[in-house]
Design a protein around this ligand. Structure first.
Ligand code: FAD
Ligand code: EPU
Length: 346
């Protein structure tokens, strides 16, 4: 197998400006497209000496500079039902499938579980990477296993859900094994009878606005509601460059939360799974005065302070510098250290 496949030729000096949703103008010294698991195994059996960057839809990265190594672009397509019974379906999606199109495919087939994750940009392969989440659902709830090729020797490994070490906006692929595995496919366990997750306030409001009664709820209706909320709040990368939430919502000990709550009565916060409290980074950033900030072509979105934006020709360095200033300012005002959610590529 090794050496027997014809990979698309390695490109040099590749323009990445249309391959990252921030719309940052940057180049990759080398660029290769991978279209099958076999190609991935073949390529990584003799890995390049240079640094590699695995690239999906480019919707959760900030390119600080030109990338001097090899960008490995994931284009492995295909969706297949592996098994099913009257209750559930096991469906495999290859990593190069577009995430939202996969969600739409499942909704059309009546497979429930990911409708709350509608309209998240990017590809299926990156979904386990930071355990994508929105509107009360995280993808870890429906992932059965993840298949990936070692970037060190080309061997194929299957990670069970437990082995992925999923956490809020995190997994083993973003921490201990960062850059060590090229995810090739994800196996999802979806349900044929939906259990709707509509407790996130905004969903209920939106469903009411759409005139949908609880008795008439469908996964398509939940998806439509989520799409409408997202379109009203988040900038469309086709119009304004961005990578979604730039920072994670910080998780703080209860004592810290109580100290802040005593001073800021209306501060939003939610219990986190580990018994601590999750604060809203968007609120903290807004209170620190950054919402709608703009300097040159970089800034903070007017409707969502958690989203940093590129109005045209901002550089990766400028956006990064802005994120440093925001971190410092929120720390000074609240004593809370924000952590970036976006992957910084330098
Ligand atoms: P990329 O940006 O290409 O890559 C992200 C990281 O994953 C990089 O470190 C990359 O090296 C690695 N990676 C990518 N593919 C693979 C692979 N096959 N194997 C191994 N590593 C890989 N995220 C949420 O969780 N919830 C949201 O609600 C949400 N909303 C967003 C809204 C907007 C407008 C935007 C622009 C982004 C949003 N995001 C959200 C962030 C982003 O869409 C997700 O993180 C998405 O999963 C990234 O997918 P991607 O293919 O674009 O990944
Ligand atoms: N808020 C403000 N000002 C702002 C933004 C938010 O006060 O400028 C307040 C809101 O009023 C609300 C709270 O902060 O009380 C939370 O806001 P929202 O519901 O909009 O969610 P978020 O915390 O800003 C998170 C995720 C999003 C996800 C939404 C919906 C993180 C880092 N972000 O945003 O994910 O879509 O919830 O579930 O967890 C992403 O990861 O890229 C992303 C967009």
């Amino acid at each position: 197998m090794v050496g027997s496949l014809s990979l698309s030729p390695m490109e040099e000096n590749k323009d990445l400006s249309k391959l990252n949703t921030f719309g940052i103008s940057a180049k990759a010294a080398k660029f290769v497209k991978i279209e099958s698991v076999e190609e991935a195994q073949d390529f990584f059996a003799n890995p390049p000496k240079e640094e590699i960057l695995i690239l999906g839809g480019g919707s959760n990265i900030l390119l600080k500079n030109d990338f001097e190594g090899v960008v490995v672009y994931n284009e492995i397509k295909g969706i297949k039902v592996e098994s099913e019974d009257s209750e559930m379906v096991m469906i495999r999606a290859n990593a190069g499938e577009n995430w939202h199109e996969f969600v739409m495919h499942c909704i059309e087939k009546g497979y429930a579980g990911i409708e709350n994750l509608s309209l998240i940009p990017g590809k299926v392969g990156a979904s386990p990477m930071q355990n994508i989440g929105a509107y009360g659902v995280e993808v870890k709830e429906v992932i059965e296993s993840v298949e990936a090729v070692s970037t060190i020797d080309g061997s194929l490994r299957v990670f069970s859900n437990n082995e992925c070490e999923f956490d809020y906006r995190s997994s083993i692929f973003k921490t201990r094994l960062k850059g060590k595995y090229f995810i090739t496919s994800v196996n999802f366990r979806l349900q044929k009878t939906p259990s709707f997750k509509t407790s996130y306030g905004a969903i209920q409001e939106q469903l009411a606005k759409m005139g949908i009664a609880e008795s008439a709820l469908t996964i398509k209706a939940v998806s439509d509601a989520v799409i409408a909320i997202r379109q009203s709040k988040l900038p469309d990368p086709k119009e304004i460059g961005n990578s979604g939430s730039f920072f994670k919502n910080p998780i703080v000990p209860t004592a810290k939360y109580e100290e802040l709550k005593a001073k800021h009565e209306n501060m939003p916060a939610y219990p986190s799974a580990d018994g601590q409290m999750k604060l809203a980074a968007g609120w903290l950033i807004e209170q620190a005065g950054w919402k709608g900030f703009r300097e040159g072509d970089y800034g903070v979105h007017q409707k969502q302070a958690l989203v940093l934006v590129n109005y045209g020709n901002a550089t990766g360095e400028e956006i990064y510098y802005l994120s440093e200033r925001i971190i410092r300012s929120v720390e000074e005002k609240f004593g809370v250290l924000l952590e970036r959610e976006v992957n910084i590529i330098s």
